[in-house]
Design a protein around this ligand. Structure first.
Ligand code: FMN
Length: 141
């Protein structure tokens, strides 16, 4: 059964381009082996990550357990996980977008993803906004 999972987190320190390149290179190799696909977003400004992982349920869940333990980030918060029929990022072992350069319209309603720093009004509907943002991104690569 195919599943899709989206989480957000906060980098424990500033991620340089080299840090991100290294992280993506290793992730792409491992994801290709696991047949896991998706997209990683990172904001240098807020240090936040948001990542969508898609693949066989067990592979995604096992990988998520590894990612969760990674000391390069903290406040790991799974926003949603759902069964899917088809992949949105099937050509990408891990696509990457710098969040700071993203269309402000796409980010509407978001100044940050992190639940701990979000006001209650923004927390409402956070999942559906994340979902629609990811859908837009998948059509835009
Ligand atoms: C924000 C973030 C996203 C990550 N995404 C992935 C990923 O998509 N695939 C992956 O294999 N590792 C990813 N990692 C790295 C894993 O946490 C882990 O270091 C890597 O899978 C190697 O694990 P292993 O040494 O147990 O094989 C990510 C790490 C961070 C901080």
């Amino acid at each position: 059964m195919l599943t899709e999972l989206v989480y957000c987190s906060v980098a424990t320190r500033i991620m340089t381009m080299e840090d991100l390149d290294g992280l993506l290179k290793l992730s792409r190799e491992k994801n290709a082996r696991l047949n896991v696909t998706g997209i990683l977003l990172h904001s240098a400004r807020t240090r936040e990550f948001m990542q969508l992982l898609e693949g066989e349920k067990k592979d995604v869940e096992d990988l998520m357990r590894v990612i969760e333990m990674d000391e390069r980030h903290t406040c790991v918060d799974v926003m949603y996980q759902d069964e899917i029929k088809t992949r949105s990022f099937e050509d990408w072992s891990m696509a990457f977008r710098p969040l700071d350069e993203m269309d402000s319209k796409l980010l509407e309603g978001y100044t940050t993803f992190n639940a701990e720093s979000l006001p209650p009004a923004l927390l409402n509907g956070r999942t559906s906004r994340a979902r629609s943002m990811m859908t837009t991104l998948s059509k835009d690569l």
